[in-house]
Design a protein around this ligand. Structure first.
Ligand code: CU
Length: 483
């Protein structure tokens, strides 16, 4: 018994020694520094190249703080406080054991003092205590990188939450000695929540709202500093068969991200930015405010894959959405694509009335208000099929933009929305034969959404009022049969 216990202790002792031998802070502390280099930093979504050195070196890092006015969303401007001119701050890549000489340069045109707290640093404030820097000044401090991992850095000048909310965060990767597995593409993605005085979408330069920040009610939640920073022409790209790694950070200041890529499975995840324990086959990984994760996956099917915070109203209503566009040949075994689409209508079903809570918005007093309310209804109910700019989808959903069918007859248009539409219709010379559900919207909502559509995308500019909707409801002869 006694013997067994001592064996147990010996095993535990060996295990602990083993764990400390690899990537040990003690070893990194004493690792010899050979040579010197200046770090190359990158703006998101780019990442500096992997480190190929086998020794620790002295790395000189220059990071410049700039207060800049920039785009937060379409027509929405914001004064960002940045590490390097953009949000997130520039990506820093070093190796464990490196000695970093850190220069924090505060641009002379700035109005505020700033500092930096790097979560990769062991020392008071993670460097913040030694780096408070007035505009037109530069602070220097140094640190030895003792622990490998992917770390957040941020400003820690009071009010800290405000400096962070204005965009003062970024990532520093301390590569383990042995490096990370090789991949074909590495990208830098960082989430943040933004608190503007005006509601989401309000145009112009928006000041910061401390009240909304304290209430943790952001108007925007975005990747890489702006709505659309990873959409369309800015999407990440890869080819079928390649491996993709995302270094994902969350600057907050408040929200935890449920990071997910729609249509992908993460083959490898290094949770919470650690580099020693990898887990496999993960759908969604949690990234706390002030935290990070590394995710890898092989892209096996072509198409557009959507990066989201899976707290989905943040994605679809506040901006936390990005794209990875994968080109290449389809593999029908991995993914078949749509095999068929037939009308499904069990015996006895007529028109399906879409469940829709009635609107509580106050009645519109002017045409402009009607258009504004209508846009909200359009986005909530109609975009899925008719698309954001009313362009529709060929052979499936007719266009509302410059639609002759719509512009010819207002009463008919009202009936389409209130009663639904199916069967053959010709819109701009194209035949459609689909089903548009009837919408149980109030007269006010139908008037608003149609007025929005009539006043968008080259349509006739008509106004539809609730009394127009009411009188058309009374009329006999539905736009379509509902049998
Ligand atoms: Cu700051």
């Amino acid at each position: 018994m006694k013997f067994l216990r001592s064996i147990g202790t010996a095993v535990i002792t060996i295990a602990i020694c083993g764990a400390f031998a690899m990537g040990s802070p003690e070893r990194n502390r004493s690792e010899k520094i050979e040579g010197q280099e200046t770090a190359t930093l990158t703006d998101a979504p780019l990442v500096p190249s992997p480190i190929t050195r086998h020794n620790a070196t002295k790395v000189v890092v220059h990071l410049e703080v700039k207060e800049v006015e920039g785009r937060l969303s379409d027509g929405v401007k914001y004064t960002f406080w940045t590490f390097g001119g953009k949000v997130p701050g520039r990506f820093i890549r070093i190796r464990e054991g490196d000695l970093v000489e850190f220069h924090l340069d505060n641009h002379p045109n700035n109005k505020m003092p700033h500092n930096i707290d790097l979560h990769a640093v062991i020392g008071p404030g993670g460097g913040a205590a030694s780096s408070l820097t007035a505009p037109g000044h530069s602070s220097v401090f140094s640190f030895k990188s003792l622990n490998p991992g992917l770390y957040v850095y941020h400003c820690a000048t009071a009010p800290v939450a405000m400096h962070v909310a204005n965009g003062m965060y970024g990532l520093i990767l301390v590569e383990p000695q042995e490096g990370l597995p090789k991949v074909d593409h590495e990208f830098y993605v960082m989430q943040g929540d933004f608190y503007t005085k005006g509601p989401n979408g309000q145009q112009g330069l928006q000041p910061f709202s401390m009240d909304k920040a304290v209430a943790e009610k952001p108007e925007y939640v975005v990747f890489n500093g702006a709505v659309g920073a990873l959409l369309g022409d800015n999407a990440l790209t890869a080819k079928v068969g390649e491996t993709v790694r995302l270094y994902v950070g969350n600057g907050g200041p408040n929200l935890t991200s449920s990071f997910h890529v729609i249509g992908e499975i993460f083959d490898n995840v290094w949770q919470e930015g650690n580099t020693s324990t990898v887990v496999h086959n993960v759908q969604t990984t949690m990234i706390p405010a002030g935290g990070a994760a590394i995710v890898d996956f092989k892209v096996s099917a072509p198409g557009t894959f959507i990066l989201v915070d899976h707290s989905l109203t943040r994605a679809f209503n506040k901006g936390a959405i990005g794209q990875l566009k994968v080109s290449g040949a389809e593999d029908k075994l991995v993914y078949s694509g749509k095999i068929s689409d037939e009308v499904y209508m069990p015996e006895g079903t007529g028109f399906h009335v879409a469940e829709q809570p009635s609107s509580f918005a106050p009645a519109a007093k002017t045409k402009a208000e009607r258009i504004a309310h209508g846009e909200t209804i359009f986005k909530a109910n109609c975009v899925a099929c008719h698309q954001v700019n009313g362009q529709g989808i060929p052979n499936a959903f007719p266009p509302l933009a410059k639609s002759d069918y719509l512009n010819q007859d207002k009463v008919r248009a009202i009936k389409v929305v209130s009663e639904g539409l199916q069967g053959n219709v010709k819109v701009n010379g194209q035949q459609f034969n689909g089903v548009m559900p009837a919408w149980s919207l109030t007269d006010e909502d139908i008037a608003n959404v149609l007025t929005f559509i009539y006043n968008s995308w080259g349509n006739s500019g008509k106004e539809v009022t609730p009394s127009d909707v009411k009188s058309s409801r009374g009329k006999t002869g539905k736009a379509v049969q509902s049998e």
